[in-house]
Design a protein around this ligand. Structure first.
Ligand code: GUN
Length: 297
């Protein structure tokens, strides 16, 4: 068997088109564009690239992008004051503070200062709580994107065995909640899990989010499993290479012979994250304006 490649890039492009069309409708109804504010503190190169991509994608979707780039030595009081200003700005529907923050800033305090109704990252404890008890709020973009790929591929997930490897607040825990809401039987595995290969062997659905290159082996997988690989790891450069290859948390080449479907790295989960961020921002805009959220979102 050769697994089908789950094309996250194509799915994300379609989602962005749908969001773009609805963003136009929103603007004509509300008399303003939906708006996303992104705050970057410091000059972390990867973060600068992400923030630049978010800005471009936001504008391309017909939404307003408000970028705030602050120096690395910004005080917590100044950052909290900016978040407060954005919380109170009616042109801003979504607020994203790019992580990681410089060490002198308390990430939890900054996230807690964002209005939960503008927290399009879904990182605020209020949104984590809403997800845990099944209320509508905002769900972190990466796990929500994984869920869209899974339901697109498998339809009803009721009764399926799902194993999530990784227990971060940003991916593993919300992913498990979403799978549970969809009536899957969910196991969260992590670095202390005993006999991880045996745990993974049960899974109809494997979501790998550990950040260790090609850790999940083909022999661990159940025949016909659906595999979602959240990892993005750079291998050391091979001879003659300037930069090492990007690989996921799953040994993709070997897993293709066992799984029924698998996301590639790059081009799988990665492109979904920004597309879902735009989706969440437009949902925030509809809610903040007091309109019903369109079903297609
Ligand atoms: N840093 C890396 N990914 C993310 C993300 O999805 N949201 C935020 N705020 N920071 C990040």
């Amino acid at each position: 068997m050769t697994a089908e490649r789950i094309d996250g890039k194509a799915f994300a492009a379609l989602l962005r088109e749908r969001v773009g069309a609805l963003a136009l409708q929103f603007a004509s109804k509300a008399g303003r564009k939906a708006g996303l504010a992104v705050v970057l503190v410091g000059e972390d190169p990867a973060s600068q690239v992400y923030v630049g991509s978010k800005h471009k994608a936001t504008v391309a979707a017909g939404m307003a992008s408000f970028e705030h780039r602050l120096p690395a030595d910004t005080s917590e009081a100044d950052l909290l004051a900016l978040v407060d200003q954005l919380n109170n700005d009616d042109a801003v529907d979504g607020i994203l503070v790019q992580l990681p923050l410089p060490d002198h800033l308390d990430e939890q305090a900054v996230i807690a200062s964002i209005s939960p109704d503008k927290d399009v990252d879904g990182f605020h404890v209020t949104n984590a709580g809403r997800l845990a008890v099944g209320q509508s709020g905002f769900v972190p973009c990466t796990p929500l994107g994984c869920m869209m790929l899974l339901t697109d591929r498998l339809g009803d997930l009721s009764g399926l065995e799902a194993v999530v490897i990784g227990r971060s607040n940003i991916v593993g825990k919300p992913m498990a909640q979403l799978l549970l809401d969809a009536n899957a039987t969910v196991t969260i595995a992590h670095s202390r899990t005993k006999d991880l290969p045996a745990v993974v062997k049960r899974a109809d659905i494997v979501v790998a989010a550990v950040g260790r290159a090609e850790m999940v082996k083909a022999e661990w997988l159940k025949d016909g499993a659906t595999v979602i690989d959240v990892g993005i790891n750079r291998l050391p450069p091979a001879e003659g290479e300037q930069k090492g290859r990007l690989v996921g948390d799953v040994d993709y080449a070997a897993a293709q012979g066992v799984a029924s479907a698998i996301t590639p790295v790059p081009g799988g989960v990665g492109p979904m994250t920004i597309a879902v961020l735009l989706r969440n921002t437009l949902v925030a805009a509809y809610r903040n304006a007091g309109f019903d959220v369109p079903e297609e979102l």
